[in-house]
Ligand binder design. Structure first.
Ligand code: DON
Length: 315
């Protein structure tokens, strides 16, 4: 790929990385999942992939990190493939909340007690319960197989230490899940603990920026993988996922990110961000230091800078 924008990106990226890395000191790596506190807080890396297979990678793009909430985009896609739109949206809504990602508030406040959207923790737990499989291992394996397919790497796995570390301290997620069970949102056959185990496992799937860029590229191309020439996910489901990324992907900072960057993106508390420039690029970013809303502080800065410089906003 050799157009003007690509040249601009290649030339300026090192400078943008240096500028944005400065912001990491104003944030902190997540510590409520003890294992995540060990991440290098000042790291910042990025990979950008185009439909013709050209890739730019910069900074700490080789760093391995867990997907955390980024995995929720893919469990949503898998649940849609497993059950179709109507059933999925009888268990989870389509609206942003404006609350923190782990908030329990609206579950009791608003009828009919289904979570507002699939990207907050309550919604993601409801979606996880929809993933077909007869055991925790089988359901985890199905999510892994889907992510391996999207990322084009059979070696992808989940980090058991991170999954266990989250499970030990997941009092809030346990309460959310029991609340959903009481409201009849979780499926009858599966226990709360089983659903939570699958949820912790898929949050702990370990990737690099390159993997996120590849997954992002498939979303950018409406579910079609330009590198293998195969349609991996129905276009309609990818359209739904990208819409949620735009309206809810950065939690209660989604409005601000939509104004400043204007592209679908999904963050995770390990510091990853998956971003999509429709039709053009899949992007993976990592920067473990988070701001108060749980998004990578330097990573957001980097995406906002690049979007303005390259005029990526879809609006
Ligand atoms: O459930 C949790 O709290 C984590 N496994 C995922 C949360 C997360 O990534 C929120 N992101 N900003």
């Amino acid at each position: 790929m050799m157009n003007e924008q690509w040249r601009h990106l290649t030339t300026k990226l090192p400078e943008w990385l240096d500028d944005c890395r400065q912001y990491a000191k104003d944030g902190e790596a997540a510590s409520y999942i003890p294992e995540l506190a060990k991440a290098p807080a000042d790291a910042l890396g990025i990979s950008i992939l185009t439909p013709d297979g050209s890739m730019i990678a910069g900074g700490d793009s080789g760093l391995q990190f867990t997907m955390q909430s980024i995995s929720k985009v893919f469990t949503l896609l898998l649940a849609l493939v497993d059950h179709g739109e109507e059933h999925v949206f009888s268990k989870v809504g389509m609206e942003p909340t404006g609350d923190d990602f782990n908030s329990i508030l609206k579950l009791e406040l608003v009828e009919p007690g289904i979570p507002f959207n699939p990207l907050i923790n309550a919604g993601a737990i409801a979606v996880t319960s929809l993933i077909k499989g007869s055991s925790v291992a089988e359901r985890t394996e199905r999510v892994l197989a889907f992510i391996r397919l999207m990322a084009g790497d059979d070696a992808i796995d989940y980090n058991e230490t991170v999954s266990r570390s989250e499970s030990v301290t997941a009092h809030r997620n346990r309460s959310l899940a029991y609340f959903l069970k009481e409201n009849g949102v979780l499926d009858e056959q599966t226990s709360v603990e089983e659903v939570l185990s699958v949820y912790f496992n898929h949050c702990a799937i370990e990737v690099t920026c390159g993997h996120l860029a590849r997954m992002g590229l498939i979303l950018a191309c409406g579910g079609f993988d330009p590198l293998s020439g195969r349609q991996l996910v129905p276009r309609r489901y990818v359209q739904i996922a990208k819409t949620f990324m735009l309206t809810c992907g950065m939690y209660n900072a989604s409005g601000e990110f939509a104004i400043r960057a204007g592209i679908p993106a999904k963050s995770g508390v390990a510091g990853g961000i998956l971003a999509v420039v429709p039709g053009q690029y899949g992007i993976g970013v990592v920067g473990p230091a988070l701001n108060r809303k749980g998004n990578s502080i330097a990573g957001i800065r980097l995406l906002e800078t690049m979007s303005v410089e390259c005029d990526w906003s879809i609006f």
